[in-house]
Ligand binder design. Structure first.
Ligand code: FAD
Ligand code: NAI
Length: 465
């Protein structure tokens, strides 16, 4: 069996790459070791987490919010198996959708472990040990990432869980200790917190959401604390002991000091993810790596001709849409086009309540680079639609070059921030200025008016504040 392109891994990087390459006329095969397509994102990541975030938000609304609109309901009861079924149904529909798209685009799919046996040759080993060899003019490694373990702590996915276990708990824990105040810790901490768990987050650094704009992260922390999160910032985990389905977490201030123990029904380890390359045969082929990630050039090529890599397995943020865009770009390059990804305009969204969305440089980035900038800020408390929705927490923040007014970064904490950030992405993709956005008519009354008002704020021209 001979192909123009064989892709190992069918996460958002791999499956999107396959579809785009097939659209461009290449003969394509994909290899996936899981039983279903869609990778981390569709099976155990973005999609199931958003299904539970949405469902748990409904529970929270019924319990605490609806009465403020004059909608009186009895205290809601949780039917966790139904909530989990909703999540599982959403996952099934999505992974089934990828299988359908493979068929529609005449992409051959192989279930089994992929390995590159030589340049241009890929083997697929099925669960029963049977092996097939594929010939490939080009190979794309899209094998993604897995949970980074916490040294000395065994994740059993029962009491001590990763995100995968935290997406499938059979009961609401009374006490949930989350290790790591990053995206997974806050999203999945929110799910179980809304359903009744007391959530304590232990974070090594003295802030939450490292890498996000500092002012946004501070505001987020205050809001999460009001929601019931307890934060132990600047603390490191010394060990977690599991006994009879309960855990004791021992922590210590990172700067030194007295140890504290936390009792928990469940411990979620969410301290980051690491690339997956084991068993691919990259060491034998001499594919260059750096700190576990495959090194690629600007065209996604590794140092070995004919082998490319995209997504979580290479540099850059570990995000589904970044992997997808790289998949499209490498497919276009292999078809003789000029595929390209603009890494300055990759949004990041934390799907908590409120949502947190960011694109481009933070204030900290600009200060570190010595770039002079102006700030425009607008709070949702001054937005009519947000008031009507009783969702006035948060603000929109624009950062624009002080001389040229080009927008360098936009950061939003507030209702549907993950949708609102899209207009900032379009603006920045076109090299737009804050004035470009400020002069664009926005429908009233919408949340997007807060985005426009923040853009107006760069020159001190916001109307409603
Ligand atoms: P993956 O999705 O990891 O896919 C790689 C695939 O390759 C897997 O299916 C794996 O089984 C397969 N594979 C690996 N090795 C082999 C082999 N040797 N042979 C055959 N197959 C192999 N990102 C967002 O942008 N938004 C979100 O809301 C979001 N939420 C997340 C929530 C959670 C809980 C987690 C864990 C992650 C989340 N992410 C989110 C991150 C996102 O899932 C990843 O960035 C994305 O899946 C990366 O895509 P990928 O194609 O590079 O790899
Ligand atoms: P993360 O990198 O977002 O956060 C990990 C946190 O753990 C950091 O704050 C870090 O300082 C802290 N930490 C590291 N070691 C520690 C230790 N020993 N003790 C205490 N704290 C420690 O990683 P996370 O949350 O695991 O997510 C992994 C990846 O998945 C992220 O890179 C993210 O891009 C992706 N993801 C994206 C989502 C989204 O886009 N909405 C949702 C969930 C995951």
């Amino acid at each position: 069996m001979s192909y123009d392109l064989v892709i190992i891994g069918t996460g958002p990087g791999g499956y999107v790459c396959a579809i785009r390459a097939a659209q461009l006329g290449l003969k394509v095969a994909v290899i996936e070791k899981r039983k279903t397509f869609g990778g981390t994102c569709l099976n155990i990541g973005c999609i199931p987490s958003k299904a539970l975030l949405y469902a748990s938000e409904k529970f929270e609304e019924a319990a605490h919010e609806l009465k403020n609109f004059g909608v009186i309901v009895d205290a809601p009861k949780l039917d966790l198996p139904v909530m989990m079924k909703h999540k599982d149904d959403v996952v099934s529909a999505n992974v089934g959708g990828v299988a359908y798209l493979f068929k529609k685009n005449k992409i051959d799919s192989f279930i089994g472990l992929g390995a590159i046996t030589a340049p241009g040759k890929v083997s697929v080993t099925a669960e029963d040990g049977s092996r097939q060899e594929l010939e490939a003019k080009n190979i794309v490694i899209a094998t993604g990432s897995e949970v980074t373990p916490l040294p000395g702590v065994t994740i059993d996915e029962k009491t001590i869980v990763s995100s995968t276990g935290a997406l499938a708990l059979e009961a609401v824990p009374q006490n949930l200790v989350v290790v790591g105040a990053g995206v997974i810790g806050l999203e999945l901490g929110s799910v179980w917190g809304r359903l009744g768990a007391k959530v304590t987050v232990v974070e090594f650094l003295d802030r939450i959401l490292p890498g996000m704009d500092g002012e946004v992260a501070k505001q987020a922390q205050r809001i999460f604390e009001k929601q019931g999160f307890a934060f132990k910032l600047g603390h490191k985990v010394l060990g977690v002991e599991e006994k009879d389905g309960k855990a004791t977490v021992t922590i210590e201030p990172a700067a030194g000091g007295d140890k504290i123990t936390l009792e928990a029904d469940k411990v979620l380890v969410s301290i980051g993810r690491r690339p997956v390359t084991e068993g691919l045969g990259l060491d034998v082929l001499g594919v260059a790596m750096e700190r576990g990630r495959v090194i690629i050039d600007d065209h996604f090529a590794t140092n070995v001709p004919g082998i490319y890599a995209i997504g979580d397995v290479v540099r850059g943020p570990m995000l589904a849409h970044k992997a997808e865009d790289e998949g499209v770009a490498v497919a276009e390059i292999l078809a003789g086009q000029h595929g390209h990804v603009n890494y300055n305009v990759i949004p990041g969204v934390v799907y908590t309540s409120p949502e947190i969305a960011t694109v481009g440089a933070t204030e900290e980035d600009l200060k570190a680079k010595g770039i002079e900038y102006k700030v425009g800020k607008f709070p949702f408390t001054a937005n009519g639609r947000a008031r009507a929705m009783r969702q006035t927490n948060g603000f929109v923040k624009f950062l624009a070059d002080a001389k040229t007014d080009q927008v360098l970064g936009v950061h939003i904490i507030g209702p549907v921030a993950g949708e609102l950030i899209a207009e900032a992405c379009v603006l920045m993709e076109f090299g737009g200025s804050s004035e470009d956005l400020a002069r664009t008519c926005h429908a009233h009354p919408t949340l997007s008016e807060a985005v426009r008002e923040a853009a107006l704020g760069v020159e001190g021209r916001s109307i409603h504040i």
